[in-house]
Design a protein around this ligand. Structure first.
Ligand SMILES: *[C@@H]1O[C@H](CO)[C@@H](O)[C@H](O)[C@H]1NC(C)=O
Ligand SMILES: *[C@@H]1O[C@H](CO)[C@@H](O)[C@H](O)[C@H]1NC(C)=O
Ligand SMILES: *[C@@H]1O[C@H](CO)[C@@H](O)[C@H](O)[C@H]1NC(C)=O
Ligand SMILES: *[C@@H]1O[C@H](CO)[C@@H](O)[C@H](O)[C@H]1NC(C)=O
Ligand SMILES: *[C@@H]1O[C@H](CO)[C@@H](O)[C@H](O)[C@H]1NC(C)=O
Ligand SMILES: *[C@@H]1O[C@H](CO)[C@@H](O)[C@H](O)[C@H]1NC(C)=O
Ligand SMILES: *[C@@H]1O[C@H](CO)[C@@H](O)[C@H](O)[C@H]1NC(C)=O
Ligand SMILES: *[C@@H]1O[C@H](CO)[C@@H](O)[C@H](O)[C@H]1NC(C)=O
Ligand SMILES: *[C@@H]1O[C@H](CO)[C@@H](O)[C@H](O)[C@H]1NC(C)=O
Ligand SMILES: *[C@@H]1O[C@H](CO)[C@@H](O)[C@H](O)[C@H]1NC(C)=O
Ligand SMILES: *[C@@H]1O[C@H](CO)[C@@H](O)[C@H](O)[C@H]1NC(C)=O
Length: 304
């Protein structure tokens, strides 16, 4: 039988992989904390010492004193759920939620604003959608990226029979696209009849920008949207941000050509190529063909 042979072969292969893995799989800078719980933290993101991240916009905080398993945070209080070296980071963003009582008075409500305070991050237009939930609901998105942009949803439906789990059809759940490259938004919610006609099955309206791959409409969300409640009792929804390398803290965007002129600040390591970033701000790095690893480390890209 070939079985033992196969095992031996893999043992052999693993032995070699382990030797190269020391450099190839190391995603953080040498001497820097590489994981937070089971999360791996790749450079240019980093934890702790200032030389562990590229600049302050990439600083993450691993909170292992309060949370078990530990949680990773970006920009003081945005929880990180995902980091990709292909230029995206998943965070838990803010949700606007308004609840009414049977008399039509607001019992709780909030209009969050979300500011990505630099030219390195923007809300991903390809992964997120502005989403509103409710059957007596007006929800607005006010965004700014040099220009004002306003979008929204308006919904009235009194027939619970029309609602379908899993699909956002415009009845009880409405989704719209967001524009590329914007870095600031506010959400506001109002209502036509203060939910008095739908109170039995829909006392609350909510609206948020969300990773649309994550969100599936459920009629139970009409009762109250309570995903990922934070320490203050506010719901959070996953939102994907595009990130790029830029000439922080300057507010002007830098191209690959300009970046390469200064090898001290150029972010792409050996055996990597510079390219246009996902959000059109600054640039991004990628390992050259035939190489794999973290292109943001000096020797992060290793031959395969
Ligand atoms: C981390 O571990 C938790 C369970 O402790 C698991 O649910 C989660 O999927 C893991 N995350 C990653 C990124 O591996
Ligand atoms: C961890 O989270 C708790 C609760 O939010 C907070 O009080 C504490 O300061 C955080 N620790 C760090 C190191 O950020
Ligand atoms: C993490 O990112 C992957 C790929 O972008 C995506 O499929 C997945 O849903 C994300 N996970 C979370 C928890 O957001
Ligand atoms: C955007 O809207 C705000 C508030 O309505 C207004 O103060 C500001 O002048 C507008 N900016 C531009 C560039 O139109
Ligand atoms: C809804 O509530 C607002 C403020 O609570 C009130 O001014 C308005 O008259 C109410 N509208 C209806 C149709 O009940
Ligand atoms: C939505 O459905 C997808 C696919 O079935 C699943 O992976 C995802 O976890 C669901 N999201 C939520 C919030 O339950
Ligand atoms: C949708 O799913 C929720 C939660 O699983 C369930 O309570 C509800 O009855 C479902 N609604 C429909 C219309 O199937
Ligand atoms: C809805 O959930 C929020 C927590 O996000 C809570 O503060 C509020 O009291 C709830 N309202 C209703 C009507 O269930
Ligand atoms: C190159 O980048 C470094 C680090 O950001 C900076 O200190 C230096 O002034 C830059 N050199 C030039 C010629 O711009
Ligand atoms: C990076 O390069 C690999 C091949 O080397 C390619 O498959 C991948 O799509 C590239 N990614 C980006 C974001 O350009
Ligand atoms: C590229 O690799 C060579 C050989 O390993 C090394 O001498 C050089 O410093 C590296 N250059 C950069 C920009 O990392």
């Amino acid at each position: 039988m070939g079985h033992p042979m196969v095992l031996n072969f893999f043992f052999f292969l693993e032995f070699f992989l382990c030797l190269t893995a020391i450099s190839a799989l190391s995603v953080a800078k040498p001497g820097c904390q590489e994981t937070c719980g089971n999360f791996s933290v790749p450079y240019p993101f980093g934890i702790g010492n200032t030389n562990c991240y590229r600049d302050l916009t990439f600083e993450l905080i691993c909170n292992d004193t309060y949370y078990n398993p530990p949680k990773l945070f970006w920009a003081t209080n945005l929880e990180v759920v995902n980091i990709s070296l292909l230029g995206q980071i998943g965070t838990l963003g803010y949700v606007s939620n308004y609840c009414y009582n049977s008399q039509g008075y607001v019992t709780s409500g909030n209009n969050p604003s979300f500011n990505l305070n630099d030219n390195t991050f923007s809300f991903s237009d390809t992964e997120n959608k502005f989403t509103a939930i409710g059957c007596d609901t007006l929800a607005y998105l006010f965004a700014f990226n040099g220009e004002n942009f306003t979008s929204g949803c308006a919904m009235i439906s009194t027939n619970i029979e029309e609602l379908i789990n899993g699909s956002c059809t415009g009845i009880g759940c409405c989704q719209t696209s967001i524009p590329k490259g914007f870095r600031y938004f506010e959400i506001a919610i109002s209502s036509y009849y203060n939910h008095t006609k739908v109170y039995d099955f829909n006392p609350c309206s909510s609206a948020f920008v969300v990773d649309y791959n994550w969100y599936n409409f459920s009629t139970s969300d009409l009762l109250n949207f309570t995903y990922n409640l934070d320490n203050y009792g506010y719901a959070r929804a996953p939102v994907v941000l595009d990130w790029a390398i830029n000439n922080w803290p300057m507010e002007t965007d830098i191209s690959c050509e300009e970046a390469m002129n200064n090898q001290t600040s150029y972010a792409c390591g050996n055996n990597s190529v510079c390219g246009v970033s996902k959000n059109g701000l600054g640039y991004s790095c990628n390992c050259s063909q035939g190489y794999q690893g973290n292109p943001y480390l000096q020797d992060g890209c290793q031959g395969t």
